[in-house]
Write a protein that binds this ligand. Structure first.
Ligand code: DQA
Length: 138
């Protein structure tokens, strides 16, 4: 099974960025643990701060992979382009967020990803990614 985690803007700063919201671990550390825990999954990771690069990656993997775990970060709340890209591909997408976006500012309650996603997982810290992975495995 081929699954990719795609992270959007500022998530390269995990571990340093607002640790009271996003925690102290880097994503690279967490990703290594996930790979070790799920050796049966061909797990890939891509991060970009650039909207168009995220769209290009969705096009690249979106007809071939079995699942996409997408944390589009701030683009979740703004990007019609990423929403349209998800509509245009065949691989199912699970939207994830580290924080509970619904308990935060109003602008974080809007998602251009969710209407086209298989499901949404938010608020469980980095564990949100593992829960999304399990959703594809079950
Ligand atoms: C986030 C929530 C977004 O609102 C925010 O812009 C992020 C991270 C999360 O994982 O909790 O950058 O997607």
């Amino acid at each position: 099974m081929k699954i990719i985690i795609i992270n959007g803007p500022n998530l390269n700063l995990l571990g340093k960025r607002e640790p009271e919201i996003y925690g102290n671990a880097t994503f690279e550390e967490y990703f290594k643990k996930l790979q070790q825990k799920y050796p049966q999954v061909q797990l890939q990771y891509f991060q970009s701060n650039i909207e168009g690069e995220i769209i290009d990656k969705l096009h690249e993997v979106g007809f071939d992979f079995d699942g996409i775990i997408l944390n589009a970060a701030a683009y979740t709340h703004t990007s019609i382009g990423i929403g349209d890209a998800i509509k245009g591909i065949t691989t199912p997408v699970v939207e994830v967020h580290i924080s509970n976006v619904h308990s935060r500012e109003d602008f974080r309650h809007v998602s251009y990803i969710a209407p086209n996603a298989k499901g949404v997982i938010a608020g469980f810290g980095l564990k949100s990614y593992e829960l999304a992975l399990q959703a594809f495995l079950d």
